[in-house]
Design a protein around this ligand. Structure first.
Ligand SMILES: Cc1ncc(COP(=O)(O)O)c(C=O)c1O
Length: 376
């Protein structure tokens, strides 16, 4: 097979050919409702006309120039992202892991310290720095930055104990995404941010999966008005165009020296056109409000099903906890034309549909799930 398969047995046994909105078609012409959102990415759905037109137009106007020169669309998109997220400075990169690499590096520089405190079951990517703070890979790769101290997600006492005076940063998702949309205990995030600051450490919110509208807010950390120092965003920010960003306070931005960090492709004009178009569509079509409503419909509908023991998450980002292993349910739903995701927790279905998913499709999914759960 010419393209390396890094997925293995979890690989979907379909070949996708096309898509429109929340629908996908495989090469055999079968239709699927995409409740997986292409891995929590396609917040606008497939082929949104505004997004397509913006990329097409930018490709004609100025297809590429690196950060050596300012590019009008990059300046505009960075302004828009900062206004949207209420962060001071934006730095565009190409992927979520790359954003976290930069975030960790900036936290180390800003504090002159090297220890990172990360969460058990947290996920931050698969490059060497990001791997070093990702729970799943802790035994396979030594942290590239020195020491990572893992604490159980939501355990404020363990966090207090871990925060010694050599800690550069706490890195934390506002809900554990890959692990199954796990919500923190009430007040945990606020206390964690306060503890970080009292300790002279930086708080990095990894909002690569949760951020840029997915939970019905610009950032999930806005829910509690958290004063985070760095936020990494990806996925929804480009709605399918490969782009991510490190968002930071003015204080962090001032610690970055010229030449210290760089990227050839990060902030390329096509990526920035995609970001700007995504933000424009989110606003014009009221998609954050739609994501919120969709989340309410998913929660209310799915919790009624026999076999569903809990539904958690916010907006278009839902973890549906089953009383049985999720994998056979995922497979059966796919056969009936619904793509849903699995999670680190083997009993969880992970739903991250485009915000344009129609509400009636949630009821179609629930009908299909009712049949699958009663048959298994
Ligand atoms: C919370 C979180 N952080 C980081 C990443 C890594 O992003 P990428 O795959 O774009 O490198 C992911 C990807 O799923 C993620 O969910």
């Amino acid at each position: 097979m010419p393209h390396l398969d890094t997925i293995g047995p979890n690989k979907l046994p379909i070949t996708l050919h096309s898509g429109e909105g929340a629908l996908l078609w495989d090469t055999g012409g079968r239709t699927y409702w995409d409740f997986y959102g292409g891995h929590a990415v396609t917040i606008l759905g497939q082929g949104h006309p505004t997004w397509v037109a913006a990329i097409e137009q930018q490709a004609r106007q100025l297809s590429f120039f690196t950060q050596l020169a300012d590019v009008a669309i990059r300046t505009k998109a960075a302004d828009s992202v900062c206004a949207f997220t209420k962060m001071h400075t934006c730095w565009f990169v190409n992927s979520g892991a790359e954003a976290n690499e930069a975030a960790l590096k900036m936290a180390r520089k800003a504090t002159g310290r090297s220890v990172i405190v990360a969460m058990e079951k947290g996920f931050h990517g698969r490059t060497m720095g990001a791997l070093g703070v990702t729970w799943k890979y802790r035994d396979q790769h030594a942290p590239a930055h020195g020491t990572t101290r893992f604490v159980p997600y939501g355990d404020i006492d363990a966090l207090k104990e871990a925060l010694t005076d050599d800690v550069a940063a706490i890195i934390c998702e506002p809900m554990l995404g890959i692990s199954g949309i796990v919500e923190p205990p009430a007040g945990f995030l606020k206390q964690a941010v306060d503890l970080a600051h009292a300790n002279g450490s930086v708080f990095i919110a990894d909002e690569i999966q949760s951020g840029m509208g997915r939970t019905g807010l610009p950032l999930e950390t806005h829910r509690e008005n958290l004063a985070v120092d760095i936020v990494s965003v990806g996925k929804s920010i480009g709605a399918g165009f490969p782009v991510a960003a490190v968002l930071m306070t003015e204080a962090i931005a001032q610690t970055v020296s010229p030449g210290e960090h760089g990227t050839t492709y990060g902030g390329g004009p096509l990526a920035c056109a995609a970001v700007q178009a995504t933000l424009d569509v989110l606003e014009k079509e009221g998609l954050m409000a739609k994501a919120t409503t969709l989340g309410t419909v998913m929660r209310n509908t799915l919790i009624e099903l026999d076999g569903v023991v809990a539904v958690r998450g916010a907006g278009a980002w839902i973890g549906c906890v089953l009383d049985r292993p999720a994998r056979p349910v995922v497979d059966a739903l796919r056969d009936q034309g619904f793509l849903v995701g699995t999670a680190g927790d083997p009993h969880v279905l992970r739903l991250a549909p485009p915000a344009v998913m129609p509400e009636y499709a949630v009821h179609l999914l629930a009908d299909a799930m009712r049949g699958v759960l009663s048959a298994s």
